[in-house]
Design a protein around this ligand. Structure first.
Ligand code: HEC
Length: 464
């Protein structure tokens, strides 16, 4: 790790004790040599541990942002958080000090030493010493892995040449002949949330970001492994990227509850849709390129006019959060997987005949309920099969009659990613374990298992 930052996956207990140790050391050395208190070195770790959860650009409780100096210097709901040089006129000290501190609103209060440290920082002039590259997420070299990272997304290029697999801070581009790692597409986003190849296989669009920091859309040239464009979008991760039929526009959803369309060439925002009431995880286009569908945790799949961002209709009855969604390769149908394990296929059509929400007029077929959240869903290229990934297993259904034709076992944990090869002969799965499995979707036979990341963890295992 380049800077002092604990990985998010460490258990809270361990994070707290490691941070406490670091903080104690900082306080100890500050007292020993008595140098000025540093905002960046001394104060931000305390805020990060105890305050930023409620006071960040996306969750501005009391209109206070403690996550950066630029945020903290802005007044809160009842006025400035501090007055440089004057602790007695600094609201933040009233909140965190005294016998019964009101902040943090939840969790352990700051220790006396920690409160004194912040007081001294204010008395010494409350200077900002944040380094210029403090919040840069660029990596100087490709990441190294102790264990294979969780796979959130996999995608085959339509021309059959590439299999893209999400990693940490990168996309791992494999050849499809022997599943060899051909290129590491290392970008600025620590998190990769979704990927989609353009219809001509020339571009790979990647959505992701850094939670509570920024969203990003990257466009890569798989042939050269070069980044063509990287667009910063909003202040949180973006999900569910899809190409318009013209291969020139991209749709995606966000943690900011929006669905957007941008131009692939310059990132210009062409449409922003704000009619969802929760995170938007997925998008899909209609054949005319004039309408698109967004799927959200608010349970709706909404049809949108992409020219003006107007809401046309919910196509479905609101039953459960839409977690995964896939457009049928030929029909204008969308399949979704729900948080409660529901799997349904809908016509992408207005829902005018619906009367007070009781008719689910666009429903084409309801499939058997999965045993857990249906995290991932994919159609075979000819539309004859529908695969659904939940936890521990993937089920493959005949689209025509909804009967289950195969159950792909052997996984442990959630399966977040599914993709059929363009000839329909392989179905690739990935998820919590960080392993890629290749199945024959017709028989359910396991063809190969491998870890997509290089070296150490990258043991290629041939299955029987
Ligand atoms: C669990 C959420 C939570 C945490 C953690 C938290 N706060 Fe707050 N904070 C709030 C809420 C909510 C308010 C709005 C006032 C209220 O309801 O008490 C607030 C208000 C404030 C205000 C007053 C803003 C104003 O102008 O009214 C300050 C200053 C503040 N917090 C500082 C902090 C600091 C510093 C920490 C960390 C030591 C912290 N808070 C941790 C939830 C939190």
């Amino acid at each position: 790790m380049r800077s002092f930052q604990l990985p998010a996956f460490l258990p809270a207990r361990i994070r707290a004790s490691v941070l406490a140790l670091a903080v104690t050391t900082a306080v100890g050395s500050a007292l020993a040599a008595d140098p000025a208190v540093s905002w960046f070195r001394d104060v931000t770790p305390l805020f990060k541990r105890s305050c930023n959860g409620c006071h960040n650009p996306n969750k501005l409780k009391g209109e206070v942002d403690t996550s950066t100096y630029a945020g903290f210097v802005k007044p809160g709901k009842h006025g400035p958080n501090f007055l440089a040089g004057d602790p007695s006129k600094s609201r933040v000290l009233e909140e965190i000090g005294g016998k019964e501190p009101s902040m943090p609103k939840e969790g352990d209060p700051l220790t006396t030493a920690e409160v004194n440290l912040i007081e001294r920082w204010i008395r010494e002039g409350a200077k900002d010493d944040t380094p210029a590259d403090a919040y840069s997420t660029r990596l100087k070299e490709p990441p190294t892995y102790g264990a294979p990272p969780v796979i959130t997304s996999v995608a085959f290029s339509p021309d059959g040449r590439w299999l893209a697999i999400s990693g940490y801070h990168e996309v791992l581009l494999h050849s499809t002949t022997e599943f060899r790692l051909k290129a590491r597409l290392v970008g600025e986003s620590p998190r990769i949330e979704s990927m989609a190849f353009s219809a001509d296989s020339q571009w790979l669009a990647v959505s992701g970001g850094a939670p509570a920091r920024f969203g990003e859309l990257q466009i890569w040239d798989p042939a050269t492994g070069g980044l063509t464009n990287g667009f910063k979008i909003g202040s949180d991760c973006v999900f569910g990227v899809s190409w318009a039929p013209d291969s020139q526009r991209l749709a995606f959803g966000g943690a900011d509850k929006s669905a957007r369309v941008i131009a692939a060439i310059d990132g210009k925002e062409l449409m922003k849709f704000d009619n969802h009431s929760d995170w938007v995880f997925r998008t899909a286009w209609m054949d005319d390129g004039k309408r698109m569908l967004s799927g959200s945790r608010d349970r709706a799949m909404k049809l949108i006019n992409t020219a003006n961002g107007q809401f046309i209709d919910d196509i479905n009855k609101l039953l459960e959060p839409v977690v995964s969604m896939a457009r049928h390769p030929k029909e204008e149908w969308a399949a979704y997987g729900g948080a409660e394990g529901g799997v349904r296929v809908y016509r992408m059509k207005e829902n005018q005949e619906r009367t007070s929400g009781n008719n689910d007029v666009n429903l084409v077929r309801e499939f058997e309920r999965q045993t857990g959240t249906a995290h991932s869903i994919a159609w075979s290229p000819d539309g004859s099969l529908l695969a659904v990934g939940s936890t521990g297993e993937v089920r493959v259904y005949q689209a025509a009659d909804g009967k289950r034709s195969a159950t792909l076992k052997g996984h442990s944990g959630a399966i977040f990613a599914l993709a059929f090869s363009s000839d329909g002969k392989q179905l690739v799965t990935g998820g919590f374990e960080g392993l890629v499995r290749v199945f024959d979707p017709a028989t359910g036979a396991l063809l190969a298992v491998f870890t997509p990341v290089p070296a150490g963890a990258a043991k290629q295992v041939a299955a029987q």
